[in-house]
Design a protein around this ligand. Structure first.
Ligand SMILES: Nc1nc2c(ncn2[C@@H]2O[C@H](COP(=O)(O)OP(=O)(O)OP(=O)(O)O)[C@@H](O)[C@H]2O)c(=O)[nH]1
Ligand SMILES: [Mg+2]
Length: 442
């Protein structure tokens, strides 16, 4: 247990709703709840998970009629004694119940504290704790699915498997350090190298989902660009479904970049409208164009909007780019070729083709390669990249037949980097593995 104090918070969003849940967690959770709850039986006598009906009172005044559920340590979300009070939704009533609970001895929970305690008490690994946040924040079905998989422990298991492999390799190698007279024979050396190679490849495969992970969490960056007056802001408005950006026949209307969230076929996008690119001496417009170029560098997919009534611009070859031939209401006969979509932001024709092209260009294929939807976040990416480096160094060291101490150092560093992903870092484990599975010194 974390030896922490008793905390309380509103677990449901503040606002009018059918229910509001106040959660209390910590060693004094039952005592605190007992001070404000009036039910038929005293708290603590009931079966675990049993729900009781009663009232919340403060200074003899009834605040709400509630259902109260008790979860006993360690069988609760946080692993501590935990009480959930389900009352009526409503800003005033829920706040008064929380106030009463705090007055009865609980302290207000900082953000994420319930999940932090769940991690500290071994109820979940770090990737699962992160998934709780991801799931709540998910803006598209694909993101929610990835987060739910991570919460269920998919990434955690994949990482544990890597860690198990790394641990075995370290144990294997350290056996030779402890018993140098045995030396590493050629066959063991090859087996060890093969193990490290396999591990290296697995780390790389997981690492390759980092871009997709970012897209699922933050949205695929879809940047609209092109010459002034091509209809970029009109396209943004059409996609988001309301008049978000100013549109006018005056070229140079959009000065600054405009970002909006959008979900297409379950995938979250971050849609960016930009200032048109042209020759200019106006410092404000130049700054706008600088921002356009910066956005283009960060784009996952770009939409180059072209006005079909204007002078033809040369086609460019950019794998991330889709050419949007806009205003075909004014040139109805025009046919789009590969890599192009013909549409009209005025009457909406061609919009479905554009969405299909964007989805086709959005590369979430690394997730498929992993078999299951595993999408690592920035923190995981950092740990995996470190592990990849150390494993590469360990490989070389093994190939050079360096003293085993050197290869072992690199492998241990890789092991620590992998362990950091789930929050499991323990050097004792290596010793246990050596003496447990190799039976040396029997
Ligand atoms: N006929 C027709 N007009 C369009 C279409 N799309 C946009 N327009 C018009 O073209 C003009 C420019 O549209 P905007 O969306 O402001 O163009 P923009 O590319 O954002 O322009 P800047 O912000 O100045 O770079 C406006 O008068 C729009 O009404 C279209 O599909 N058909
Ligand atoms: Mg514009």
């Amino acid at each position: 247990m974390s030896g922490s104090d008793t905390i309380a918070a509103l677990a449901t969003p503040a606002g009018a709703g059918a229910l509001a849940v106040v959660r209390i967690s910590g060693p004094g959770a039952l005592e605190v709840a007992g001070r404000v709850f009036r039910g038929r039986r005293p708290l603590g006598d009931e079966q675990p998970g049993h729900v009781q009906r009663g009232h919340i009172e403060q200074d003899g005044v009834v605040l709400d009629e509630v259902l109260l559920t008790v979860f006993r340590t360690p069988r609760s979300y946080t692993g501590e004694d935990l009480v959930e009070i389900s009352g009526h939704g409503g800003i005033v009533v829920a706040a008064s119940v929380l106030r009463a609970v705090l007055a009865a001895g609980a302290s207000p929970a900082p953000p994420g504290e319930f999940t932090r305690r769940a991690f500290l008490n071994g109820k979940m690994d770090l990737t699962q704790a992160e998934a709780v946040m991801d799931l709540i924040a998910a803006r598209g079905e694909a993101s929610a699915r990835a987060a739910a998989g991570q919460l269920e422990g998919r990434l955690g298991r994949a990482v544990e498997e890597l860690r198990g492999d790394a641990l075995t390799a370290v144990a294997h190698l350290e056996a030779y350090i402890d018993f140098p007279e045995e030396g590493i024979d050629a066959e063991s050396g090859r087996a060890l190298l093969a193990r490290v190679d396999h591990l290296h490849a697995s780390v790389r495969r997981l690492l390759s989902t980092a871009d997709e992970g970012r897209m699922l969490r933050e949205g695929v960056r879809l940047v609209i660009h092109g010459e002034p007056n091509a209809g970029k802001s009109s396209l943004l408005n059409l996609l988001v479904g309301y008049d978000r950006a100013m549109v006018s026949e005056i070229p140079g209307t959009t000065r600054d970049t405009i970002e909006e969230n959008l979900t297409l076929r379950g995938i979250p996008f971050r849609l960016v409208d930009t200032a048109g690119l042209r020759e200019s001496a106006d410092p404000l417009e130049l700054e706008g164009m600088r921002r356009t170029r910066a956005q283009l560098e960060r784009a996952d997919v770009s939409l180059r909007v072209v006005d079909v009534t204007a002078e033809a611009e040369p086609a460019r070859h950019d794998a991330r780019e889709i050419r949007v031939l806009n205003k075909i209401d004014l040139r109805p006969g025009l046919v789009a070729t590969g890599g192009e979509v013909a549409m009209s932001c005025l009457d909406g024709r061609g919009l479905e083709d554009l969405v299909a092209a964007v989805i086709a260009r959005t590369d979430l294929s690394a997730l498929d390669r992993c078999g299951e939807v595993i999408a690592v976040n920035e923190r995981h990416r950092h740990c995996l990249a470190a592990a990849e480096d150390y494993l590469g160094a360990a490989r070389q060291s093994l190939q050079r037949e360096d003293p085993p101490e050197l290869s072992s150092l690199e492998l241990r560093a890789a092991l620590a980097a992998i362990g950091e992903i789930t929050g499991a870092v323990d050097t004792e484990e290596v010793l246990a593995k050596i003496f447990g599975s190799f039976c040396i010194g029997k």
